[in-house]
Design a protein around this ligand. Structure first.
Ligand SMILES: Cc1cc2nc3c(=O)[nH]c(=O)nc-3n(C[C@H](O)[C@H](O)[C@H](O)COP(=O)(O)OP(=O)(O)OC[C@H]3O[C@@H](n4cnc5c(N)ncnc54)[C@H](O)[C@@H]3O)c2cc1C
Length: 405
């Protein structure tokens, strides 16, 4: 049985190893000069391989495709991923939030482990696939260099973001040509652009805040840390937010700077601050409540002068300050472009893919694994786990078929 895998990324390499170590003739194609270019940049170069959590926790971190992933994740769990890498000689450690990293903190060691696992597969680098055509019960795979015939083809071409790593969206084109529906592609885990001018605050972190949004009438809220960029906001809670609002048409975005306090408690706190510092400027009063470099922007929305003395602030103005501290509006412009997304939302429509084998329901012998599928998760190692679990399900199904031949 001859199997082609298109893409030598996380899912393609893992599947290549699985199959080639089970007496299947495997050829992996990649347009790049080396394997796993996207893995190299994961986890800021440290590669957050997976998340050491139980299956239910894993599934609760899936934004799209939770039902589809149930079968694959039960066949190959995050703990199976950990065991797999340890068996390959890669020591791993678990950090905050159950994030799993190599002890070496080097993503290149993850790539080496996968390449070593794949040593019995033929890897054709610098060989981009340009077309896949069904030919009776086989497939013709055309590359920039040649044409080949295979019994089965697995599309493992990844998403459409960070295209410099090679994942430029070819898998979606192949799928469409083969009759598959592709759910429209939008960025996920991506920074947010604002209409507000925020360049003066670039790099400023806001900690222990709640970012909330009303997107097409639905409310989402996330507590934690965010920071300003030259044109918007990023950081953990912003990336998470982006994955939920990326298809919404109308988005209103707010920051709650004092999520632990009710409106009444905050009003009482403000009253105390104003009474204790009657002769202080408004700027100095706010320094106890907000980061110094944020106050100018804050007061521009309040339309109050920072030099006003505390004892000149009226009750109405104090209430407005309280409201702004609980519901500070950010002028949402949109998400950063798809290339800036950590992952792509959308992709191969799951209704045409068998969740236990990843085989196309349209073409027998055609499979989809990894990010090319319409599945996306939050940050924490959950996305690479999609690649490993879907590759495993696909691999087991092919191996079973080979054994029965
Ligand atoms: C900056 C960044 C950080 C990330 N950090 C993490 C993290 O720490 N943890 C985590 O879980 N996830 C992380 N992710 C997400 C994770 O990297 C991806 O979800 C994962 O790599 C997807 O695996 P894949 O095999 O589907 O695709 P990829 O790993 O993207 O591999 C696809 C491969 O297909 C090849 N290819 C594409 N088209 C063709 C073609 N026509 N012919 C031949 N080859 C082709 C590409 O060159 C590429 O090598 C991160 C992503 C980014 C962008």
């Amino acid at each position: 049985m001859k199997v082609a895998i298109v893409g030598a990324g996380a899912s393609g390499l893992f599947l290549g190893g699985l199959l080639s170590n089970s007496e299947t003739e495997v050829t992996i194609f990649d347009g790049n000069e080396k394997c796993g270019k996207k893995i190299f940049i994961t986890g800021k170069g440290r590669c957050n391989i997976t998340n050491a959590c139980d299956n239910e926790t894993y599934l609760s971190n899936i934004v799209n495709g939770e039902k589809f992933m149930r079968s694959a994740i039960s066949k190959f769990t995050p703990f199976d991923t950990i065991n797999f890498f340890e068996e390959q000689g890669l020591a791993v450690k678990v950090e905050r939030g159950n994030r799993v990293f190599p002890v070496s903190d080097k993503s290149s060691d993850v790539i080496k482990a996968l390449e070593n696992y794949c040593r019995n597969a033929e890897i054709k680098l610098h060989e981009k696939v340009v077309a896949i055509k069904p030919q009776s019960d086989k497939f013709l795979v055309k590359t920039e260099k040649s044409s080949y015939t295979f019994d089965k083809v697995v599309i493992a071409t990844g998403g459409k973001s960070y295209s410099a790593t090679g994942s430029s969206g070819d898998g979606y084109k192949f799928a469409k040509m083969l009759g598959h529906n592709v759910v429209s592609l939008v960025p996920a885990l991506v920074p947010i652009e604002l209409k507000d001018k925020v360049s003066d605050m670039q790099g400023l972190p806001l900690k222990n805040v709640t970012l909330y949004a009303v997107a097409d009438g639905k409310k989402y809220s996330f507590f934690g840390e965010m920071l300003f960029t030259d044109i918007g906001i990023t950081g953990p809670i912003v990336l998470t937010m982006s994955s939920y609002i990326n298809r919404a048409k109308n988005v209103d975005l707010y920051i709650d700077f004092k999520p632990a306090l009710s409106e009444e408690q905050l009003d009482a706190r403000l009253l105390r601050e104003f009474e204790a510092g009657k002769n202080k400027t408004l700027f100095n009063i706010l320094r106890t409540l907000l980061p110094k470099n944020f106050i100018k922007f804050f007061l521009s929305k309040a339309e109050l002068n920072e030099q006003r003395q505390a004892n000149s602030i009226t009750v109405m103005e104090r209430r407005m300050l309280k409201t702004l501290l609980k519901h500070f509006p950010l002028a949402y412009k949109g998400l950063y472009p798809i290339d800036a997304g950590v992952v792509t939302s959308g992709g191969i429509d799951l209704k045409d893919v068998n969740p236990s084998s990843m085989e196309s329901k349209i073409h027998k012998g055609l499979y989809f694994i990894g990010e090319v599928l319409d599945v996306d998760c939050l940050t924490g190692g959950f996305n690479l786990q999609i690649a490993f679990s879907t590759a495993y399900a696909c691999g087991q199904a092919i191996i079973k078929e080979v054994k029965n031949v």
